[in-house]
Design a protein around this ligand. Structure first.
Ligand code: BDR
Ligand code: CA
Length: 308
């Protein structure tokens, strides 16, 4: 299995990404690190602990990362993910999985010192940017960074910016320029991962407490996506990045030049993908373009079933 660290801001779709990474035999989840984004880092860290507790994954450390973007003010997405960052089912108990005494930065440094690891990032790239700028020598041990973020076309928080890119474009810019192999799973592909009624029925058929919690998360997520964006079914963005590592055939990519807009008056956080080769700049990223929906949902359903 591919050794993996998941850097995330749970978040409903991050929660499903965590479950997939815990359960799927093709990856070995070494740690979960958190970053401010969908909610404050306090809430995202609590949620990561909650998800791992529900999954019975007590051996995986949860380490707290950046509480704000590199230079900008934090913009949370409580309109999409609610007051807790993971609204839906109500939890009052303290999750059994503790917070690591080490920071996300310390855990990333520790893991990368001794081995090559893939990083899946499903939030703003703040932690990864800090890692690369403070420990450039460890870059060689990052096999690949697979990011849910950006888009080859429209945005979802600004006309041309996807939320994870918009929250910390300076971090995304630094990471893309670092030269570490980089894969972008943007909205153009995650909007192919819709939680349809049929998908919800598959969760219901699993029939376990965990599957019921997933179903309640998806139902909340569906309601905000319907109200805010008019989606009939919400896109489950973040697991697409994990699925790409599990089996590259699930998420087909092409190679292209990618730059992040950090200066634009109207376009900050735009991920500019030169699909047609206008700029003549060399390819520096793999860009996800197509999702095998059947294979994707089969892996997710198998993961939730295996954890129950
Ligand atoms: C991304 O933003 C967050 O709201 C989701 O968790 C996902 O990572 C989608 O734009
Ligand atoms: Ca996320």
């Amino acid at each position: 299995p591919t050794p993996l660290v998941l850097d995330c801001d749970p978040g409903h779709d991050d929660a499903m990404a965590i479950l997939l990474a815990v359960a799927d035999p093709a990856v070995d989840l070494l740690a979960v690190t958190t970053v401010a984004g969908n909610q404050t880092v306090d809430k995202c860290t609590l949620n990561a602990r909650r998800v791992l507790s529900l999954a019975g994954a007590s051996g995986i450390p949860v380490a707290r990362g950046a509480d704000r973007p590199l230079v900008r003010r934090l913009r949370i997405a409580d309109d999409v993910h609610g007051q807790t960052g993971l609204d839906g089912p109500l939890f009052t108990d303290e999750p059994s999985v503790p917070e690591s005494p080490y920071s996300a930065h310390e855990v990333l440094v520790d893991v990368l010192r001794t081995r090559s690891v893939t990083i899946v990032a499903t939030g703003a790239l703040t932690n990864i940017a800090r890692l690369l700028s403070e420990e450039p020598g460890l870059a060689a041990n990052i096999t690949e960074i697979v990011w849910m973020g950006g888009s080859t076309d429209r945005g979802n928080i600004a006309p041309l910016a996807e939320a994870n890119a918009y929250v910390d474009p300076d971090a995304a810019d630094l990471v893309v320029r670092s030269g570490v192999p980089f894969t972008m799973c943007g909205l153009n592909v995650t909007h192919q991962a819709l939680v349809t009624e049929e998908v919800l029925e598959r969760f219901d058929r699993i029939g376990t407490p965990l599957a019921r919690v997933c179903s309640e998360w998806m139902t909340f997520f569906a309601s905000t996506y319907r109200d805010l964006f008019g989606f009939e079914a919400p896109p489950l963005h973040d697991p697409a990045a994990v699925a790409r590592v599990i089996d590259p055939a699930i998420v087909r990519c092409i190679e292209a030049n990618l730059v992040i807009e950090t200066q634009g008056e109207w376009t900050s956080g735009a991920t500019v993908v030169d699909l047609d080769g206008y700029t003549g700049r060399p390819a520096n990223a793999r860009i996800a373009v197509e999702l095998d929906q059947d294979a994707f949902w089969d892996r997710i359903v198998a993961a939730v079933t295996a954890l129950s």
